[in-house]
Ligand binder design. Structure first.
Ligand code: GDP
Ligand code: MG
Length: 439
């Protein structure tokens, strides 16, 4: 698939803005990729429409071709659909008990995930108690006890003769008396969505305060996982999802549809059978996995980092020869603007945050227009030779650009700063050092 995509990119070499044709061609491949990743058709369709609307007419970033630019937008939209940020479980303050109830179909990974999560919480300084409420399979209680012991976390069980709601109530009392601050209830699943299961969960919910209901779904089941999330969300109410078995060969398209259809964020992903194999959910990682275009994404990153390497090299030469003038300054500002937010690049450099404000204002559109006006009011000699600028020349420039002389002074100062900065970091403009940003 990736080969196919790269061919598409080769054929899309036009520059400037993304045309409807550019977008359509690239999106055809994206659509295939998403459907292959098992994203629901409905979600794919909505998604295509949103990307199409956003992409057509957008500037193609320098260094990217239109196809890559579309993929870049697609990737951003995927991340946004999955909630953009990593969501954490909300805990009650201090030592108040937070009750988490794990729900889901049989075999989804509830019991395993419950023990995994307990281990994570314990490592974070919580005092968790596991509660065995799956009374239908005697082995389920033992399974939780074995896993709890491995994690060094206590398990509350009352055998298989009690109703789950009563076990849960008793466990909460036990937790209060023994100062546990997190209670994780492992419930019974069924092979399919079924009324008894829902009723049982609702009964627990209405008899004690469940702070977070976490749905565990199996990523390998693809679309079924999404349907399960939708039903549980409607019938029981859920606060978050854990997507298990992502260590399998699924691309995990379910992740995208789950948030889009149930409205609930994915909190964790299960990455294996071992009790340490539970990871926080990162929308960015998931997006590239679903898209299955890791190569293309790193290509894009690289292209972004190597923007106009030729020009940058020329500029470096000029700086070295100390012939960096206002024309170059103007060009460098425009180049930064084209990179779309210099701060994203700079934020990767240590110690740059202090200067970030200066740089941001340097490439602000309006500011840029004023600076352009001032620079264009200079004579070619003045532009190439900043040293000759005296008061009378500055006054003339200010009049020509329709600004105050103080603004000319400020611009000259910023120019000197930029010159100095670029001497310190020749790679900034995408030259040799720029490669560091790519992979
Ligand atoms: P439950 O019926 O929902 O409680 O599911 P279990 O916790 O008993 O898990 C069912 C099976 O899935 C077990 O064999 C687990 O080891 C396995 N399992 C759970 N999570 C993962 C995971 O993230 N990756 C893999 N490969 N297997 C998992
Ligand atoms: Mg179980």
């Amino acid at each position: 698939l990736t080969d196919k995509l790269q061919n598409v990119f080769k054929n899309l070499r036009s520059k400037g803005r993304l045309t409807e044709a550019d977008v359509k061609t690239a999106l055809k491949e994206v659509k295939m990729a998403l459907l292959e990743a098992d994203v629901s058709y409905k979600v794919v369709k909505q998604f295509m429409k949103a990307v199409q609307e956003r992409a057509v007419g957008q500037d193609v970033m320098t260094g990217l071709n239109p196809g890559q630019m579309v993929i870049k937008i697609v990737n951003e939209e995927l991340v946004r659909l999955m909630g953009s940020e990593t969501t954490e479980i909300a805990f009650k303050p201090g030592n108040e008990i937070t009750v988490l109830m794990m729900v889901g179909l049989q075999g989804a990974g509830k019991t395993t995930t419950t023990a995994k999560l307990a281990g994570k919480l314990k490592a974070k300084g919580k005092k968790p108690l596991l509660v065995a409420c799956d009374v239908y399979r005697p082995a389920a209680i033992t399974q939780l006890q074995v896993n709890g012991e491995k994690q060094g976390v206590d398990v509350f069980a009352m055998g298989d003769k009690q109703k789950p709601v009563n076990i849960a109530k008793a466990a909460l009392e036990y937790a209060k008396v023994n100062s546990y601050n997190t209670v994780l209830i492992d419930t019974a699943g069924r092979l399919h969505i079924d009324e008894d299961m829902m009723a049982e969960l609702e009964e627990i919910k209405s008899n004690l305060t469940v702070d977070q209901t976490l749905l565990v779904v199996d990523a390998m089941t693809g679309q079924d996982a999404v349907n399960v999330a939708e039903t549980f969300s409607e019938k029981v109410g859920i606060d978050g999802v854990v997507l298990t078995k992502l260590d399998g060969d699924t691309r995990g398209g379910a992740a995208l549809s789950i948030k889009a259809i149930s409205g609930k964020p994915i909190l964790y992903v299960g990455m294996g059978e071992k009790l340490s194999d539970l990871e926080q959910f990162y929308p960015e990682r998931m997006a590239s996995r679903i898209l299955g275009m890791g190569d293309v994404m790193s290509l894009i990153e690289k292209a972004q980092a190597n923007i106009d390497e030729e020009k940058a090299k020329q500029m470096e030469q000029k700086i070295k020869k100390a012939s960096f003038g206002f024309d170059d300054y103007l060009e460098s500002m425009n180049q930064m603007k084209n990179m779309g937010g210099i701060s994203s690049v700079l934020s990767m450099l240590p110690g740059m945050s202090a200067q970030m404000g200066d740089i941001e204002s340097m490439v602000d559109e309006k500011e840029l227009a004023r600076k352009e006006a001032m620079i264009l009011s200079m004579t070619p000699q003045e532009r190439a030779n900043p040293d000759i600028l005296n008061v009378s020349r500055k006054n003339r420039i200010a009049r020509g650009a329709g600004v105050d002389i103080s603004e000319v002074n400020r611009m000259v100062k910023q120019f000197e700063q930029a010159k100095k900065m670029m001497k310190q970091m020749p790679g900034l403009m995408g030259g040799k050092g720029g490669k560091k940003f790519g992979k």
